[in-house]
Structures are given as structure tokens and as C-alpha cells.
Design a binder for this molecule. Structure first.
Ligand code: NAD
Ligand code: TYD
Length: 348
């Protein structure tokens, strides 16, 4: 019997992946190990909580005893997603990033080795490659040049995965994906933050000049890629996934304003993120060639669906925009209502 451990299954991508795996792997059991940090939310999987092939375990990937207990449930395969995942929070305090992302990955790799798992999929990010100039794209051979504490902790984890494969033969592979969007994303990342603010006619904070470029991919396309990497990928290999959809933050913001019928006066230019990466773009030809994967969901369609999802899930939104969230928001952005540098808009 296949027993798949998904770590971080109560987060954004993890919850979408659990649902996807239950659909496409009708014989497999799915165990979700999640610590339920601020980003973990049981409501993300409320619809499958009672599914006969699904089991939730609350626990910390960096806690060896808890991980061993979960492995004893008969785990045969691992998708490792549990992480501290937000660049801005890693700038405030890198400590939980190193603990969860680096130490947690090492504990899981030890467990994968001790229990002889069949496949270990390390879910990583394009941010480990650093930043690009105006042209070109990251390939799997691009050097690791992480610029934020978040990216550095993910690169550290990826290097441990590589080393455990090389030294101990752990059948692990690494996937690196560009910026995801879609349902159940916590509103600290650009797209859900801006949608949820705009739905309340609140301003949206654009860092710096807003000309940084990200490559957007729908979370369902990412989940399909993860499943294919698990099925067809080779241990020791790296696979890039991206959405073939490069947009500057300002272009994306304007698109969101248009789709929601909101005025440009809601844009607030706020001080730039320290060390802000200018541009990410992914060359996914290896995943296309070796896994038969390419992104399928057009951005226009995915973005509209995502907006609709946030419009329809008002209770979910209200519950995550709680006091703790508002404290974070206040610390990160101050009071956006005060006029900032929106006059710069006039120059564009
Ligand atoms: P998320 O922040 O929404 O979810 C992270 C989950 O991990 C949460 O449920 C949280 O409770 C859990 N978690 C945190 N620390 C834990 C610990 N010590 N033990 C157990 N569980 C813990 O993140 P996400 O956006 O869903 O990202 C998931 C993974 O995908 C991460 O590894 C991230 O680096 C990677 N990734 C994300 C993106 C993206 O655009 N969001 C892109 C590429 C790769
Ligand atoms: P984010 O969603 O945090 O993802 P990442 O930093 O992992 O790419 O940010 C996406 C882009 O949007 C990034 O260039 C930073 C920018 N951004 C803003 O301009 N304002 C914001 O409030 C946030 C959260 C992000």
C-alpha cells in the first residue's frame, strides 16, 4: 500500500496537493503532518477531513520523535512542503526559517533514510537561484545564489537533499517552482493580499517602483507537476516548474484593479523590501521533456477563478484576517491610509 506523507498539508500548496493526490491516487493513503503555524489552517482541508484515506497529524517536522511516530504509520513516500514560506517574515526574524526549513528537512531526510522511503520530493522554489537581469531564465544548472533569509534556508535544505541522495542513496529529488497563486493562499503574499484588500476598498502596498517581475503559476499546475515528478522523476535530479507568465508587480496590480473594478488611486507605493530580487523566470524545458509537464491554466482564467474564490469564501477570509494577522499587517505596512507616494503614479 502506498502511504504518502505530505508535510505542511494545511498550508496553501499543501492543502491543494492533498486534495489533488486523493483524486489522482485512488489507492493511496495520505498522511498530513503540519504544525499549524499562523499559515496552517485546518479549514483549508475541511472538505476532506473525514475522507477514509486521509489522516491529519499535528506535529513539527523538526521534532525527531514526532516525525518518527508519523513514519511508523507506514509512510512509503514523502512530499516535503512544510516550511516558513514568506520572504518578508524572514527579514523580520530568520530563526524559525532556519529551524523549520533547514533542520526540519534534515530530520525528515534522516527519517526517510531510516524507514527506507521509495521517493522523497523536496518542494523548493526558484528563489534559491537568486535574481535575474532583464533577460534569460533559470535552468536546473543555474548556480544557487539566494538573496533572502527565506531563499537561503530553502537552498540549505536543497543542498541537504542533494547530499543525502549522494552520500546515503536516499531516493530524493528536488522540484523548484515559481510564484504560485490560487485558492487557499494566506493573504500575506501579493495576490491574495491585494485581492482581499481591494474587496474591502483598502489600498494595496506596492514595494519600491513595482517593476520587479515574477513568473506566476496556478497552484493546480504546480500540484500536477509535483505528482509527475514523484511518478516519473529520477532521484538526485532537479526539475523546474514555472507558469510562463512573467508580469511586473505593477502590471499585475493594475490587472487586479481592473478585474475588481477598483480605482488606481488605491495603489500605495511603499518602501522597497530590503534585498528585493528584481526578476524571476523559469526554463521548464527539462520538466516538459522528462516529465511531460507544462502549465495548462491560462493566467487570465486562473486569476479570475481565484478572485471569485476569495469573493465566495468570505468566512475563510474573515477568519484568517484575525487579530494576529492585523498585528503583522500593522508592523509590516503601518497605516496605509495615510497618503504615501501615490503621486509617483502620475509620472507613469
Ligand atoms: P504556506 O506558508 O502556505 O504553508 C506552510 C505550511 O507548513 C503551513 O501549513 C504550516 O503550518 C506548515 N509548517 C510550518 N512550519 C512547520 C513545522 N515546523 N512543522 C510542520 N509544519 C510546519 O506555504 P506554501 O506557499 O504552501 O508553500 C509550501 C512549500 O512550497 C514551501 O516549502 C515553499 O517553500 C514552497 N514553494 C512555495 C511557493 C509559493 O509561491 N507559495 C513557490 C515555490 C515553492
Ligand atoms: P510575494 O507574494 O511575497 O512572493 P515572493 O517574494 O516570494 O516573490 O511577493 C511577490 C512580489 O510582490 C515581490 O516582488 C514582492 C511584491 N510585493 C509587493 O510589492 N507588496 C506586497 O505587499 C507584497 C506582499 C509583495
Amino acid at each position: 500500500m502506498t502511504v504518502i506523507l505530505v508535510t505542511g498539508g494545511c498550508g496553501f500548496i499543501g492543502s491543494n496537493l492533498v486534495r489533488y493526490l486523493l483524486e489522482v491516487e485512488p489507492e493511496a493513503r495520505i498522511v498530513n503532518l503540519d504544525a499549524l503555524t499562523y499559515a496552517g489552517n485546518l479549514a483549508n482541508l475541511a472538505d476532506v477531513a473525514a475522507h477514509p484515506r486521509y489522516q491529519f497529524v499535528r506535529g513539527d517536522v523538526a521534532d525527531r520523535q514526532q516525525v518518527w511516530e508519523v513514519m511508523r504509520l507506514g509512510v512509503t513516500d514523502v512530499f516535503h512542503l512544510a516550511a516558513e514560506s514568506h520572504v518578508d517574515r524572514s527579514i523580520h526574524d530568520a530563526t524559525p526559517f532556519v529551524r523549520t526549513n533547514v533542520l526540519g528537512t534534515q530530520v525528515l531526510l534522516d527519517a526517510a533514510r531510516a524507514f527506507g522511503v521509495r521517493r522523497f520530493v523536496q518542494v523548493s522554489t526558484d528563489e534559491v537561484y537568486g535574481s535575474l537581469g532583464p533577460t534569460g531564465a533559470f535552468t536546473e544548472e543555474s548556480p544557487l545564489q539566494p538573496n533572502s533569509p527565506y531563499a537561503a534556508s530553502k537552498a540549505g535544505a536543497d543542498l541537504l537533499v542533494r547530499a543525502y541522495h549522494h552520500t546515503f542513496g536516499v531516493p530524493a529529488l528536488i522540484t523548484r517552482c515559481s510564484n504560485n497563486y490560487g485558492p487557499y493562499q494566506f493573504p500575506e503574499k501579493l495576490i491574495p493580499l491585494f485581492i482581499t484588500n481591494l474587496l474591502q476598498d483598502e489600498p494595496v502596498p506596492v514595494y519600491g517602483d513595482g517593476l520587479q517581475v515574477r513568473d506566476w503559476i496556478h497552484v493546480r499546475d504546480h500540484c500536477r507537476g509535483l505528482h509527475l515528478a514523484w511518478k516519473k522523476g529520477q532521484p538526485g535530479e532537479v526539475y523546474n516548474f514555472g507558469g510562463k507568465c512573467e508580469l511586473s508587480n505593477l502590471e499585475l496590480t493594475r490587472r487586479l484593479l481592473r478585474l475588481l473594478g477598483k480605482p488606481e488611486s488605491l495603489i500605495r507605493f511603499v518602501p522597497d523590501r530590503p534585498g528585493h530580487d528584481r526578476r524571476y523566470a523559469m526554463d521548464c524545458s527539462k520538466a516538459q521533456r522528462e516529465l511531460g509537464w507544462s502549465p495548462l491554466i491560462p493566467f487570465e482564467q486562473g486569476l479570475l477563478e481565484t478572485i471569485r474564490w476569495y469573493q465566495e469564501h468570505t468566512e475563510w477570509v474573515a477568519a484568517v484576517r484575525n487579530k494576529e494577522y492585523m498585528n503583522y499587517y500593522q508592523r509590516q505596512y503601518g497605516t496605509l491610509r495615510a497618503a504615501t507616494t501615490s503621486t509617483r503614479l502620475a509620472a507613469r
